[in-house]
Write a protein that binds this ligand. Structure first.
Ligand code: ADP
Ligand code: ADP
Length: 226
């Protein structure tokens, strides 16, 4: 469902962020993306939802040839991928309900259906009763749960999380990882970039270790740095 063939990325300033990355990720996998700062993790992740385009190589995601699609087709692939960020990226003036609903409003879902689906999602991420809270009234972990609900609401085949626990304390980080495991167990592919060694080493999942723009290690039940 995700295939990269010899993908290179050179930014405008000449930095080679990816240098010949080839990898396949199957439906239903849970994959950690690890490596030192500047190794190319974020660039790799941004390629998958077409936030960045490769300079060379081919990328297929959910049946779309991502490096070839037209601008106007981008929203179509974004609907098959939910993205979760370190800093949550919630709209501060909207409630938890409205932040999740927003992802359905932009694709013109009928109002009744929106309400049902949003409540179902907030329930699934453990936020029943917090529908009317705004981001600044929620803890970091709760805000990340809202952003996971928003990422899930269109029923994507893939969830991509870029350092989702980067702003959270260790206990809350584990809760978020358990939630992502639960989502993965229900069939959604999860790709998570992280610096959290404890989580990577203790959950024993596939690990893609980036170094200098290349995949230095790809292990089935890997650790952070062994
Ligand atoms: P990581 O996520 O592993 O820290 P990145 O993919 O963010 O790595 O960065 C890889 C390299 O590309 C780094 O040298 C970084 O400075 C550079 N880089 C990232 N984004 C840009 C950009 N928009 N313009 C120029 N260089 C960038
Ligand atoms: P304005 O509506 O004046 O642009 P707001 O602060 O109300 O400013 O909205 C900020 C952003 O949130 C805008 O991009 C808007 O489209 C979006 N937005 C506003 N209300 C809602 C809502 N009820 N549900 C989803 N998104 C909303």
């Amino acid at each position: 469902m995700i295939e990269l063939y010899d993908v290179w990325k050179t930014y405008g300033n000449g930095v080679e962020a990816l240098r010949g990355v080839s990898v396949k990720i199957k439906k239903g996998e849970f994959v950690y993306v690890v490596g030192p700062s500047g190794a190319g993790k974020s660039t790799f992740i941004k390629m998958l939802y077409r936030e960045e385009k490769p300079s060379k190589g081919a990328i297929f995601v959910n049946g779309f040839n991502v490096d070839k699609i037209k601008e106007r087709q981008i929203p179509m692939i974004r609907r098959t991928i939910g993205v979760v960020f370190q800093d949550f990226k919630l709209l501060p003036n909207l409630t938890a309900f409205e932040n999740v609903a927003f992802a359905l409003e932009v694709i013109e879902t009928p109002k009744k259906q929106i309400a049902r689906r949003v409540l179902e999602m907030l329930d699934q991420v453990g936020l029943k009763g917090k529908e009317h809270s705004k981001p600044n009234e929620l803890s970091g972990g709760e805000q990340q749960r809202v952003s996971i609900a928003r990422a899930l609401v269109n029923n994507p085949a893939i969830i991509i999380a870029d350092e989702p626990t980067g702003n959270l304390d260790p206990d809350t980080s584990w809760e978020i990882v358990r939630l992502l495991e639960d989502i993965n167990y229900k069939g959604t592919t999860v790709i998570m970039a992280t610096h959290n060694k404890d989580i990577v080493n203790r959950t024993k999942k596939r690990v893609l270790a980036f170094e200098g723009g290349k995949i230095a290690r790809d292990e089935r039940r890997g650790g952070y740095d062994d």
